[in-house]
Ligand binder design. Structure first.
Ligand code: ADQ
Length: 510
């Protein structure tokens, strides 16, 4: 059903935010959207006393993260409600509006007041599901009872959503990711007047059988996901693995015909919807008049010469992003081609993530140590090859930095999609920067023309990088043109339109 084959016929119209909201109105009328995510899309800032006098100081800031920002912009077109765990102070609900936007939405902020529930929920999600679904069993850390806490936390989301649905009569519910797999299971029985269309998007990979088997509650997770009308995955591979899991784990409970699962009297559509970015936004930020100045100033502040070539990597400091593999690749490149010493650098923009978790803290410390060792090994006359900045960078600076970079290095050992790869390409209009894309990122499925690398093979990857850096500009920019067509066609708004259309169809088919 979904039409995400690698080379679909060209479309004359590219999807836009306005197009999505028009489609939404056509399908669901004036009824509001209800979104549920683990994390809040905005952060409430406490104004300092000084700022308090200036009523223009913004109250809301936007954390890094492509998808939540796109959903946020959609809700500012259509209006709606959003339920997420509270991560900052401020009112509940919080009215989110921007002066130039036609609508506003209410952000409903949940607090898990019982510390045991909160710890068990986070541990089940982040220390069991996250590592196993990224096929890293050695990083699993759970305790008995965590699943019950996970279920309880999901039920608290469902409670809040059920009362919203009673009062606001929302027309479409969109739930996200592995932290919220059991919300719909608690939600359906609470809705006396029946459920509106329910869609779910699984942002991370669906693993191979041998890894899923390590999750004792896997059948419950699969059942929880089947409570939606539409269930979306990033690639056909993950989609098919899910369908195989459902067949194997639920046996006669399910009947599966192509991408439809028949279960407990309902039909569930299971599709692949490769998530995209807003390429126009990155392109215009990269080409803005102040862009190059911002990027060069940023590089100088980082101690880098803006005139020298550099590779860029941008990701949360998570083990799935392959930080240590990246250093091995760089080491192999310098060993094979010492001419790069003194010129080519790696700029890693890598904000630490989940810092309250001891395993993450120790991984991040290992990365820092490995960077120190690489820098000591390859230093030349005060020059060091790796610059790491552990901070979130505003997209107004990040986009021109992408444009200036000689290449982007994506070394994930497993990644649902990887938006950074698509953001980088968005900034390369008529430019020759090369995307070096891990073959283990979901993005490699659609971006067939990209220069694919295997982070487990540092020597081979070093060779690929060297060859690509030597290519004539015409080859590099020609490749980028093809890749940019792909990401424009499958942008974030097309992703939303496909999900809205197909959820509507699936719900009507029942
Ligand atoms: P993530 O694992 O967070 O997302 P990714 O897809 O790369 O990974 O998205 C990261 C987003 O955060 C990008 O929009 C990037 O610009 C932004 N970001 C990261 N570091 C930043 C920094 N230092 N400063 C500013 N912005 C920064 C999960 C899955 C992915 C999947 C996405 C979307 O793990 O596989 O692609 O969801 O579905």
């Amino acid at each position: 059903m979904p039409s995400h084959s690698p080379s679909p016929p060209p479309r004359s119209r590219l999807s836009t935010p306005l197009g999505v909201s028009t489609l939404y109105r056509r399908l669901f009328g004036e009824r509001r959207i209800l979104v549920a995510t683990h994390r809040e899309p905005v952060v409430w800032m406490n104004r300092s006393r000084e700022e308090g006098r200036n009523r223009d100081t913004p109250r809301l800031r936007y954390p890094a993260g492509g998808v939540s920002q796109s959903l946020h912009r959609l809700l500012l077109q259509t209006g709606g409600d959003w339920v997420a765990l509270r991560s900052s102070s401020g009112p509940d609900p919080l009215d989110v509006s921007l002066p130039d936007q036609p609508a506003s939405y209410e952000l409903h902020r949940l607090s898990l007041s019982d510390p045991q529930t909160s710890t068990g929920y986070q541990r089940f999600a982040n220390d069991l599901l996250w590592p196993l679904f990224h096929e890293e069993p050695g990083r699993v850390l759970t305790q008995s009872g965590d699943f019950e806490d996970y279920r309880r936390a999901n039920a608290l989301f469902a409670d809040r959503m059920a009362s919203l649905l009673e009062t606001h009569q929302n027309g479409f519910v969109f739930i996200h990711d592995y932290q919220l797999a059991l919300v719909a299971q608690s939600l359906r029985p609470r809705l006396s007047q029946g459920a509106p269309p329910l869609a779910f998007f699984w942002h991370i990979p669906w693993p191979r059988r041998s890894f899923l088997q390590e999750v004792p509650e896997r059948a419950e997770i699969v059942r929880g996901l089947l409570e939606h009308d539409l269930l979306g995955f990033q690639t056909p591979v993950y989609r098919d693995r899910f369908l195989e899991s459902a067949a194997e784990l639920l046996g006669e409970e399910v009947r599966i015909r192509r991408q439809t699962v028949h279960w407990r009297g309902r039909r569930i559509h299971v599709g692949d919807y490769p998530i995209g970015v807003d390429p126009g936004r990155f392109e215009s930020l990269a080409q803005s008049p102040e862009g190059p100045t911002l990027a060069r100033k940023f590089l100088r502040q980082a101690g880098m010469d803006p005139e020298l070539p550099f590779l860029i990597s941008v990701d949360r400091m998570d083990y799935t992003k392959g930080f240590l593999k990246r250093l091995d690749i760089l080491g192999a490149l310098f060993r094979r081609y010492p001419d790069y010493l003194g010129s080519l650098r790696l700029l890693q923009i890598a904000p630490p993530t989940r810092t309250t978790h001891p395993p993450y803290r120790s991984y991040q410390e290992r990365v820092r140590q490995a960077v120190r060792e690489s820098n000591a090994k390859w230093a030349r006359d005060g020059w060091e090859p790796i610059v790491t900045l552990e901070e979130t960078v505003d997209h107004r600076t990040l986009a021109p930095l992408y444009r200036l970079a000689t290449g982007a290095l994506v070394t994930s050992t497993n990644d649902g999609m990887n938006l950074v790869a698509k953001e980088y390409l968005s900034t390369q209009k008529e430019a020759g920067g090369t995307l070096f894309l891990s073959r283990y990122a979901g993005a490699a499925h659609g971006l067939r023309e990209a220069v694919l690398i295997d982070p487990y093979d540092p020597e081979g990857t070093a060779e690929i990088i060297h060859r690509a850096l030597e290519e004539p500009l015409a080859i590099r920019s020609g490749r980028n043109r093809i890749l940019r067509e792909e990401i424009s066609r499958h942008n974030i708004y097309e992703w939303m339109e496909s999900i809205l259309n197909e959820t509507h169809d699936a719900w009507n088919r029942g």
